[in-house]
Design a protein around this ligand. Sequence first.
Ligand code: NDP
Ligand code: OXD
Length: 321
Amino acid sequence: MNKGALALLIHGGTQNWSPERWKSRFDDVCKDRRVWLLPDPTCDAAEVCYAAVWKPRSGELAAFPNLRVMFNLGAGVDALMADSTLPKVPLVRVAVGDLTARMTEYVVLHVLMHHRQEPYLRASQREKRWAPRFQWPASAISVGIMGMGTLGSDAADVLRRLGFRVSGWSRSPKQLEGISCFHGNAQLDTFLQRTDILVCLLPLTPETQQILNRGLLAKLNPNSPMGAPALINAGRGGLQNEADILECLDDGTLGAASLDVFAQEPLPPDSPFWTNPKVVLTPHNAADTDPDEISKYVARQIERFEAGGALENVVDPGRGY
Ligand code: NDP
Ligand code: OXD
């Protein structure tokens, strides 16, 4: 095995997403190179040319003197960007159809849940209350998506095809069929004022930290047909000011929130989000990356890189995403 070795540094995860499962997937697709699952005291750091990582601790990647490429096993790279010792080699993130499709499912599920008043209907059922409510058509509801990258633009297209009025907000200008596109801080208020359901799929960077705060949420359409606007955040917990969100839910600035991500994960048992009746909560699993799919994606990229080809989905360290 004289090809550069691959080190796996994986913190967290579930049974189907365990470090051992990743190791077995990578062993299958990298048959002619050594794959180390760390920590492993026998690993020779100098042999490691590639690292595939999830939430590596600060300093862990700096231990490999001959590292050539880092692969993040998810889409969001905020955990790596926070490491001041991160090696200055390309960082590749996940942008694949499988992950995008999963996120679009989550977004559509939660938009429909609020649009079709599912929390109210489930509460009525529990109370044996036969109390239908007026049903607005999708065309009466304006969904605004913050973050129109790989994930946001796909969700926007599917929502548009379901009949919703869809707007998107990004850093740079975009032109997407049937979507009203806004960009930059100068157009943020106009985007917010027309939005009944706000979906956040931004990356966490110094510019987006706690962007979901009272000031921003108070600008959403106060005359929403839904009574009050709803928030869906599947980006990162650091994007939200959690005290502000709870206050906005209490005082009616927000009618409901679907939250997949939190400032502290796992969410502590005493968090008020668990029991707030206006909150639909999921444990950061809006869209998992699939070890089968992603090990092949990484192996393909390494082969191409070693043959002199270009890496795909390389993070711009200046932008932080
Ligand atoms: P992309 O990099 O493809 O897209 C990011 C989008 O955000 C782009 O449209 C970008 O604008 C926009 N953006 C970034 N910074 C700003 C800013 N300061 N102002 C306005 N717009 C900004 O990322 P993905 O779509 O692949 O993923 C988005 C995020 O989703 C990830 O970073 C991750 O945190 C989260 N995620 C969560 C998962 C979960 O299970 N909860 C699963 C997967 C991802 P522009 O287009 O102009 O560059
Ligand atoms: C990701 C995630 O960034 O799962 O891919 O959060």
